[in-house]
Design a protein around this ligand. Structure first.
Ligand code: TXA
Ligand code: MG
Length: 310
């Protein structure tokens, strides 16, 4: 459904009845439900086929609504003022009297929270008296959805409603920062970590290593297009789709460009659509040329590494 005021109202109706719906965010589409209701949150896990021990991100309209559920601290305030709403998720301590469903956190004492920037999603959140738990709107381990039609491709008629907010502007999930102890990066994402470090005034450890994972979603097999993928390739094999960021003289149907001018933000934005397109065209494997490990290139390489564990 295209997102006008009356459709936002319809979306609210479904959410009030404890259904899950597809929602646009500036990062990727989310599969949203009332974060205070056990029965609503359980539906998210079932639809996504998500392991119950992988907690969800909860989306708030603003800091005042968050304060009911979480304890905040100075580092949070600093980052919130600079980067929210936007593609950053904070892991904070849950308040004892919070109404967040225990299924959201898997009984943990921390909660991952985010303030989305997408106008339609913000509009929707403003009209609700509960926050929305929303993981990425894809079946677990698969590629995230960046268009309403991708959400439809993932869930078909199993969900009742998708708010269409166009193509996601950032196209890759939020960066996750743990603020319950000494700040660390738990997931690389749509906000360049050098900007976060600059705002905090110190360097942070990156603990996205699946062996030491705090977030089960950092697991190996993730963001998988469902076919083998190789990185840092200079020459693709016959019949292999080739993903590039720099224009080549040879023009082949099997060449897919993430960006026209080696712009890594643009490349991140196009990555998931490109993987989806290649899979849907029937290719059996993917080769990717070397992506510079700077700025959002780091996030792209993180996703490709996990996708390559297929
Ligand atoms: O951009 C995004 O973050 C998107 C949009 C829809 O907001 N959401 C998203 O959600 O990517 P999801 O569920 O696909 O990824 C959430 C990640 C998982 O890796 C999960 O393990 C981690 O956040 N996470 C959730 N709660 C956590 C917690 N309390 N402590 C540490 N990690 C947590
Ligand atoms: Mg996800």
């Amino acid at each position: 459904m295209k997102s006008n005021q009356s459709n936002i109202k319809k979306a609210k109706k479904y959410l009030d009845k404890n259904y899950c719906i597809g929602v646009p965010t500036e990062t990727v589409y989310g599969l949203a439900a009332n974060a205070y209701k056990n029965s609503a949150v359980k539906k998210i896990y079932n639809l996504k086929k998500r392991p119950k021990n992988n907690p969800l991100i909860v989306h708030y309209h603003d800091i005042d609504s968050l304060k009911k559920d979480c304890l905040i601290n100075d580092n949070f305030i600093k980052l919130y003022k600079k980067f929210s709403p936007g593609p950053i998720t904070y892991v904070l301590q849950l308040k004892k009297n919070s109404k967040i469903s225990k299924y959201v956190t898997n009984n943990k004492k921390s909660l991952a929270v985010r303030f989305p920037k997408h106008t339609i999603f913000k509009n929707l959140l403003k009209q609700l008296d509960y926050p929305l738990a929303a993981p990425s709107a894809n079946i677990t381990t698969k590629v995230s959805a960046v268009k309403a039609k991708d959400v439809k491709e993932e869930f078909g008629n199993k969900i009742k409603y998708i708010l269409d907010g166009g193509t996601c502007a950032i196209g890759i999930e939020s960066t996750i920062v743990n603020l319950t102890a000494k700040p660390t990066i738990l997931r690389l994402g749509g906000l360049d970590i050098s900007k976060i470090q600059k705002a905090l005034g110190f360097k942070m450890n990156i603990s996205t290593n699946p062996k030491k994972k705090i977030a089960p979603g950092q697991s190996r097999l993730h963001y998988s297009p469902g076919i083998p993928l190789r990185m840092n390739v200079t020459k693709p094999k016959n019949n292999e789709a080739f993903i590039l960021i720099k224009k080549k003289k040879t023009k082949l149907k099997s060449y897919f460009y993430l960006t026209s001018k080696s712009n890594l933000d643009e490349a991140a934005k196009n990555l998931y659509s490109c993987l989806r397109k290649i899979k849907n065209k029937g290719y059996k494997s993917i080769a990717v040329e070397k992506i510079p490990n700077i700025g959002l290139g780091k996030t792209i390489n993180d996703r490709l590494r996990r996708a390559s564990k297929y």
